[in-house]
Design a binder for this molecule. Sequence first.
Ligand SMILES: [Zn+2]
Length: 662
Amino acid sequence: VVRAIPAAVGYSPEFDRALQRGWRSEAGAPGHSYWQNWTDYEIEARLDPETAKLEGTVQILYAHDAPANLNSVLIHLHQNLHREGSPRSSEQEITGGVTITRLAADGEELSERPMEEGPGWEVDGTLMQVRPTIRLEPGDTLQLDIDWEMALPQRGAGRMGHSNKEVYLIAYWFPKVGVFDDLHGWAAQPYLGNAEFYDDFGNYKVSISVPSGWTVMATGELQNPEEVFSAITLDQLDAAAVSDTLVVIADAASRGAGTVTAEGTDGWLNYRFSAENVRDFVWTASNVQRWDATSAEVANQIWPDVDTDSDDRESEDRESDDSEAQALPIIQPVVDGTRRVLIHSFWREDLAPLWAEQWRYGQQAVEFHSEYTAYSYPWSHMTSVEGQDIIEGGMEFPMMTVMGSYEGQEASDLYNVTAHEIGHMWIPMIVGTDEKRHAWMDEGATTFLENQSKMEYWPGVDHHRVGARSYLQVSEARQEQALMRHGDYYEPGPGYGVASYLKPAALMVALRDVMGEEDWLKAYRAFIAEWSFKKPSPWDFFNTFERFAEDDLDWFWTSFYYETWVMDHAVGRVVSKPTGGATVTIEDRGDAIFPARVRIRTSNGMDFVHEIPVYHWLAGNDRYEIEVAPAAGAVVRVELDPGGYAPDVDRQNNFWPRGSGE
Ligand SMILES: [Zn+2]
């Protein structure tokens, strides 16, 4: 053996247990006994925009379906990232964090005290442990009542905050129950500022008070538009809901005249939202922004209720892993015509002129992504907020995104970030991956989808190849850090960005090239449909693609996801024979395993592609010889990877004669 051979992908003991108990499956779909906990939130909040102070009360109903007893419950207080002394991965504004003014569990008042003193609550950085008087058993529902106050940062880790106290993007703002799942128990991962989020799905009823004149948009449906908007605004919203083109809901004139909102009571407006089956709740408020709207048209899909406890699945013949894989039907929706999704765009004309076209980008992205994923955008609106001072790139939330002004940049840059953030509505907002442990799952898939949609909106360039090149430069320089690494544990440098965005996006395209577009698309779409509103792990992702590839792809996962191996195929010697024909040697100069496609053209006009299967490399070889028959004449040109999607760090040596490429 002269070369690196990738190890088989091993399951953790926790994943093995999940397979044995039927929580997950070898086929990559959720298992017949898949479970996840559920949370209902009822929140009342009041924002004082002049002081950037927020106070709220929340009633949480935590439905505990896990087969475990819980003596305590983990709550995230994300704003403690801004508290003096909290651990964090980079410098942040100090706001004092979250002040808990009341906490009751099942109606019993609890106080802050250390564990040895029994029931109570304790805060450590962004995590709060609540110990109720009675432990939680499977099937129990815990009621928590919490009152809190906090000052909002201007720039909360570049993901939320306010601009000039005239635009607010309020995220990570309420006490939120952490995830207790089948693989890790409590995901007790603090928010340090870099690695993102991991959430359960839940229902939200949220009542938000702001001064009159302030508009609010949020995750979910507004329940009382007549109470908060003026008659003109209501008419314009109705028009936008059926329009393909721009409808201006508010502009400088109507903001100045105070005709956008209703009058309110004692100078205050109360917006009431309801959101079902979402992993977070976020809102935005402004008294100055222009408000553009239009609507997107998507297929009206009705998805079957997948009952993971159903007897049908239990009784299926699952004697071997293969029979389970084949028994799984592909989930398909019933399509009943089309449906419209409101597209909102809030922005400031003086700060962000590029945003004049942003409504178009939002509309195209919702339509494109719905079609490409074959999973229609499921909600009633998608709202984009210009957040100069709050953020430079973009950040995603269910039904919402905040993005920079992009002042001084290209229109295509604002398009890219819009297509990217809206791409996140599929992963992680519909498919609830763990963004902290496995950032590549949502960022890689989203960067892929962004590039795919970009080729429709800005045709003429293969954006997948452009993105792949940046990853391959870092790979060639041996500056990679592995994908399978927690998002808070990357060293400074390009490691996190390449491993989370560029590389996994390039790998999606490489795998599509290996599997063929048809099978790859089936796998990609099945992964989204089967894991919609559930929480897949990397092994579910790997197993889903292997199910549709009908092949073991461990060589791919190990070489590129677990390791930072470099892939470099090269055309070696081409030895002509006096009688015609030649021996073409292909060399594998890297460690990463990848199949090779070799295109050979000869003097007799032959032009063919020879495939070198991965099994040849896996057998320990680093060389492969192709015999070109005498009848073909002399070899004129040899080209490796004519499709251009292999993650090959050195394309110069992919051609013979050297220099005959690209
Ligand atoms: Zn992203």
